[in-house]
Design a protein around this ligand. Structure first.
Ligand code: AMP
Ligand code: GLY
Length: 424
């Protein structure tokens, strides 16, 4: 079976790497892909949101399944586009339709959804430009820090957590009155600050049954000790030691089951991944957010820990037989350390030659922002490469990831050396 993966990051390299191991996979295409995906499949120079170009390529190359990596094509309706096209409608798309994608595409929708279905989450209120005055008053009723979220997609930058009331008020005004995040901040969700330790749980569903994938913890800030600006993610660890069977059972009963039931009740057919961002508050899970895709770099530790055939699972998602599929995971720890470009997450260098890939031993190098340039692999993004390793202990896995991170060379290389420290 020929498959097309949409996206170009470490997540998509990890999907491609895993799918390439399936005996059922024929040709594997990645649009647009990176230098890493080209090692396991064929890169196609089409944007993940150019639906017409995707259609032509799918028909010309007898592609029989689409796996969507990022949220953007989902929120823009790539799945709906396939279902509404006579020639494409029988081709399964792994990822929800537009209605389900609102769980990530609109913070207001996702908060309302959680409240409708009694899913534990922070208290909140939503404001628009017309209700800015009420929003400013509402802030006065809260205790700092304040959590302000642009309703729509804002490239991961839409959440602001000011520590003083005056900062919170000016931030809210910027977002609503001055469209700080454009249309994405035409509505702003203000919510209660949750104190605890974050983790993510991932679910794969065909809309009825589900598989709970390994848990993971991401490291979001650029600086060691969780300091500095937010990034897409600087590393990941799976499993999360404190997310034991009891905790996951609470997540399943209080979050996963009501989420899947709730979607069904609302007439939303959801086929794909649900990424549940959680706060562990003294053993009690509360949902911070949903994403309608896998995380990056979480995928680079979660997917390698899945022993079962990923295409077999995806087929189950497509045709509603996920409950018949076996799902096995590797009990070892997996860790990913993300190498980034100098300057990231602000303006960063691009096009620098990378060396040392041949010196990486006993780890996987998942390419995030790389590009083939003649005979060279060059940097082509803020997050460049995820080094994933296994170990019977987290320490053992981390040791390998750090040692191999040293082997890769390029100008301005940076990575956090404290991934996993908070879990030891
Ligand atoms: P999000 O884009 O919703 O993942 O938010 C980005 C980050 O903001 C999260 O990963 C959390 O670290 C933090 N965050 C979001 N909502 C809350 C909250 N209610 N309380 C505390 N931290 C939060
Ligand atoms: N690593 C966080 C995300 O993918 O949203």
């Amino acid at each position: 079976m020929n498959i097309l993966i949409l996206g170009s990051g470490g997540r998509e390299h990890a999907f491609a790497w895993k799918l390439a191991q399936s005996k059922k996979v024929g040709k594997l295409f990645i649009a647009p892909g990176n230098a890493g995906t080209a090692l396991v499949g064929t890169n196609v120079s089409i944007s993940a949101t150019d639906f017409e170009a995707i259609k032509k390529y799918v028909l010309d190359n007898e592609i029989k399944m689409i796996v969507v990596g990022p949220e953007d094509p989902l929120v823009k309706g790539v799945h709906d586009f396939f279902l509404n096209d006579a020639q494409l409608k029988t081709i399964p798309v792994i990822g929800p339709q537009k209605d389900g994608a609102q769980l990530e595409g609109s913070k207001d929708f996702s908060k309302q959804f959680m409240f409708r279905h009694n899913i534990p989450t922070a208290r909140y209120e939503t404001f628009t430009k017309d209700t800015l005055a009420e929003g400013l008053k509402f802030l006065e009723t809260l205790t700092p820090p304040f959590v302000l979220k642009a309703d729509g997609l804002a490239a991961g930058k839409g959440v602001v957590i000011p520590t003083t009331l005056s900062e919170a008020k000016s931030e809210l005004t910027e977002m609503l009155a001055n469209a700080k995040f454009g249309n994405a901040s035409s509505k702003v969700v203000i919510e209660e600050f949750l104190k605890g330790i974050e983790l993510s749980v991932f679910v794969l569903t065909d809309g009825n049954s589900y598989k709970i994938l390994p848990s993971a913890k991401d490291y979001k800030r650029i600086g060691e000790g969780d300091t500095g600006l937010n990034t897409g993610g600087m590393g990941a660890v799976s499993p999360v030691p404190f997310a034991d069977a009891d905790f996951i059972k609470k997540v399943e009963e209080r979050v996963i089951i009501p989420t899947i039931k709730g979607l069904k009740q609302e007439g939303i057919t959801y086929k794909g991944f649900i990424f549940i961002g959680l706060m562990n508050m003294d053993g009690e899970p509360k949902v911070i957010e949903y994403n309608v895709r896998m995380g990056d770099p979480e995928t680079e530790v979660v997917i390698p820990r899945i022993k079962s055939d990923l295409l077999d699972l995806f087929e189950g998602v497509g045709n509603g037989t996920l409950h018949e599929k076996t799902f096995e995971t590797d009990s070892r720890f997996a860790t990913a350390v993300m190498l980034v470009a100098g300057g990231y997450p602000e303006e960063y260098l691009k096009g620098d030659v990378m060396t040392g890939f041949d010196k990486v031993v006993d780890s996987l190098a998942f390419h995030a922002g790389t590009r083939q340039d003649g005979n060279n692999i060059v940097t082509n993004g803020g997050r460049v490469l995820a080094i994933t390793s296994f170990g019977d202990t987290m320490e053992e896995a981390l040791k390998k990831s750090f040692a191999n991170a040293e082997q890769i060379q390029y100008k301005g290389k940076y990575y956090r050396r404290d991934i996993g420290n908070d879990l030891k």
